[in-house]
Design a protein around this ligand. Structure first.
Ligand code: C6P
Length: 411
């Protein structure tokens, strides 16, 4: 990091909010660089779950009693926080789901009756499996055809090729906002505008974006936008599907059950209005409430400050790692977030990850649920270090020293 670069917040104070950062692994203070897999949780988020179960645990939207009303209010307040966080116009355009994967499947399932044989679906070459497989299944159900936007060696999407894929048969486009395996920030606003010129709807997978930069779904003009709380300092098992009201009204419900109905008889059932139409069954109440607290927490630091600091970490780590002979970084696009995927020449990523773990450093190794990217580079996988606002340059120094040690031991 440039020594004069200003750190926009007190990282030492922030680290105290995360109890897990105090622990040791294999005799070393934990360095947690697996934030793209899941972020750590601040104490306020953990406390909010304990508070819910200790003080107002109840089923929601159902009871007249005080506990149910308190829980309902807190859950709906969280929905409102998500709405504001992503700039959605209406609260009922935010559907609670169990996470990104669930959200994508709701949309993929919903399009089953809206597509015809020969229609085209466009995805990018750098998608997570959860933004590939549901669309392949949709193609199998409908006879639609999957087209792929290629990427270049830097790990950036080839926009000219994207333009040439679009035509009157294109019905849907699916692209991640930020690649989990490369860190590339995709030009999603442009991707959406181009798709709309052809009348196609666009889903943006924001799993890697929402904790790292400001998202405004109206400015992007996204038809659907999805993410998971657990990557945003919130708990696992909860996330959201944002959809424009007009689209959500067009899609059929994903699951049938309690909560999603208006009236039920054995002859006929009518469905509830948004958002409940997509929220069958008792939801993850504590998770939803804690998600709202995580959003408060991220807002209290500020997305602009987070993005600026994480860029500093990215630059610092990139420079240091590239000084190691034989180290190659995959994903070198000019526009990227704080994810560094790399390999050491002649060394399997799993072995590097194992040695780093012995040194108390948590990274992810493997294909990162993005096998087409690994096939593109013809590699089995990478070592991925992904940084968050609670990480420090001292931790990056430990990573660099660890990688050097792994190299000495393994080559
Ligand atoms: N990526 C990673 O280590 P879920 O599991 O539903 O919360 O999120 C799935 C998902 C979808 N899209 C992108 C871009 C993602 O990064 C992920 C999750 C983690 O990279 C776990 S595989």
């Amino acid at each position: 990091m440039n020594q004069t670069a200003k750190i926009p917040f007190d990282v030492t104070a922030i680290r105290k909010d995360f109890p897990i950062l105090k622990r040791e692994v294999n005799g070393y203070p934990l360095v947690y660089f697996d934030n793209a897999a899941t972020s750590q949780k601040p104490q306020v988020v953990i406390d909010s779950i304990v508070d819910y179960y200790s003080n107002y645990n109840a089923n929601i939207h159902r009871g007249v009693h005080a506990l149910s009303q308190e829980a309902t209010d807190a859950y709906e307040a969280a929905r409102k926080k998500i709405q504001k966080y992503i700039g959605a116009e209406k609260q009922h355009e935010v559907i609670f789901t169990s996470g990104t994967t669930h959200s994508i499947n709701i949309v993929a399932n919903g399009f089953s009756n809206l597509l015809q044989e020969g229609d085209e679906i466009v995805v990018s070459a750098m998608e997570h499996h959860s933004n590939i497989v549901p669309w392949q299944m949709l193609c199998q159900r409908t006879g639609a055809v999957l087209k792929v936007i290629p990427m270049n060696e830097e790990g950036a999407l080839q926009m000219q090729q994207y333009k040439s894929l679009l035509n009157s048969k294109t019905k849907l486009v699916f692209v991640n906002h930020i690649s989990n395996a490369l860190g590339t920030i995709n030009p999603v606003k442009e991707i959406i505008a181009l798709a709309h010129q052809h009348g196609a709807a666009v889903l943006i997978d924001g799993a890697q974006a929402c904790a790292h930069q400001q998202v405004d779904v109206q400015d992007l003009d996204a038809d659907f936008y999805v993410s998971s709380a657990h990557k945003m300092c919130g708990p696992t098992g909860i996330g959201f599907l944002y959809g424009k009201e007009s689209w959500l009204n067009k899609l059929p419900p994903y699951q049938g059950g309690g909560e999603m109905i208006k009236e039920v008889s054995f002859e006929k059932t009518t469905y509830a209005e948004l958002p409940h139409k997509f929220e069958a069954g008792t939801p993850n109440v504590s998770g939803g409430i804690a998600f709202g607290i995580a959003i408060d927490y991220l807002n209290s630091i500020g997305l602009e400050a987070i993005a600026a600091y994480e860029q500093q970490l990215l630059e610092y780590a990139t420079k240091q790692l590239l000084e190691i002979p034989g180290l190659r970084i995959y994903g070198t696009s000019a526009d990227k977030t704080s994810v560094i995927s790399f390999n050491l020449e002649g060394v399997h990523p799993y072995d590097v990850g194992t040695i780093l773990d012995k040194l108390g450093i948590a990274v992810r190794t493997g294909h990162h649920c993005a096998q087409p990217i690994m096939d593109f580079y013809q590699i089995p996988g990478t070592v991925r270090a992904s940084f968050s606002f609670y990480n420090t340059t001292e931790e990056i120094d430990r990573l660099v020293a660890g990688v050097k040690r792994a190299q000495q031991m393994l080559s």
